[in-house]
Design a protein around this ligand. Structure first.
Ligand SMILES: C[S@@+](CC[C@H](N)C(=O)[O-])C[C@H]1O[C@@H](n2cnc3c(N)ncnc32)[C@H](O)[C@@H]1O
Length: 253
């Protein structure tokens, strides 16, 4: 089942092997266009730009979004980087394995990968999963990743509720960052990538069930990232760590 019918198409921009675009459109059951046309109804397009599978907004065809695999500005250029900050505190000092059950643009999975955690990323949107797979493939090709012989996060496509129920190991931590409704209708503070994600996949209405499944499936803890205005997803957490406009709630098993 495709989650983006009517909203998204694959767009060939005249460069590279056209068959890769056709195959992607077929795999995701999306319309395929060989050039941009004002008559197209879709608001978003998938295309490869500078070697990255990218999501393009029809209102701003020049800019595009793809899974960002480089270190963040100011971050140590080494691996693993220091486990500091609210995310690392929430994950816990003894944690080694993490299942990121709501991978999205992969930014949290990749932050955890850079800190040296072993990460399994789950994503149910086939479109987001394609963007992630492309990002993880690019990561694998980076010189420092090859030199250190590192494996990027593993990606599994599907509903995390079902995957976690059948998980064959107990991760130290299951990490959840579901989509919460925005505080205001159009939040000026929301990042472009998250606004686009909300347009494409909508709010995650089953997050309470995801939380209870995660608590059963985890070995030690569940960490929930939420906007600072949102009620804790699983009731009163054991601990909370404050980030910028967000909170990491920790539930111990
Ligand atoms: C807010 S985004 C996550 C952003 C992510 N933490 C990042 O760093 O880019 C939520 C994502 O979780 C996915 N998702 C929500 N519930 C899910 C579920 N039950 N199984 C798998 N993926 C899920 C959505 O499709 C969406 O891509």
């Amino acid at each position: 089942m495709i989650d983006c019918q009517g909203k998204l198409a694959v767009l060939y921009e005249g460069q590279g092997d056209i068959s890769a675009y056709q195959q992607l459109a077929e795999k995701l059951q999306l319309p395929f266009y060989q050039s941009f046309n004002d008559d197209t109804l879709e608001n978003f397009f998938l295309s490869w730009r500078e070697g990255s599978l990218s999501l393009i907004d029809r209102n701003n065809l020049k800019s595009s979004l793809s899974v960002e695999i480089e270190h963040r500005p100011g971050e140590q250029l080494s691996w693993p980087i220091a486990k500091t900050g609210a995310l690392a505190q929430a994950l816990g000092r003894k944690t080694k394995t993490v299942v990121d059950a709501t991978a999205g643009w992969g930014q949290d999975s990749l932050a955890m990968f850079r800190m040296g955690y072993v990460v399994l990323s789950l994503e149910r949107s086939p479109v987001m999963a394609e963007l992630l797979a492309d990002g993880f493939k690019r990561l694998q090709q980076l010189a420092w990743v090859q030199q250190l012989n590192l494996a990027p996060p593993q990606l599994q496509v599907g509903n995390a509720i079902e995957i976690l129920e059948k998980l064959e190991f107990k991760p130290d931590c299951i990490y959840l960052d579901p989509m919460f409704p925005p505080k205001r209708k159009k939040s000026a503070l929301a990042k472009k990538s998250i606004m686009v994600l909300r347009d494409l996949v909508g709010d995650d209405m089953d997050k309470a069930e995801l939380f209870s499944t995660a608590l059963k499936a985890t070995g030690k803890r569940v960490v929930v990232k939420s906007p600072d205005y949102a009620e804790p997803l699983g009731g009163k957490p054991n601990e909370s760590f404050q980030g910028k406009l967000l909170r990491y709630d920790v539930y111990l098993k």
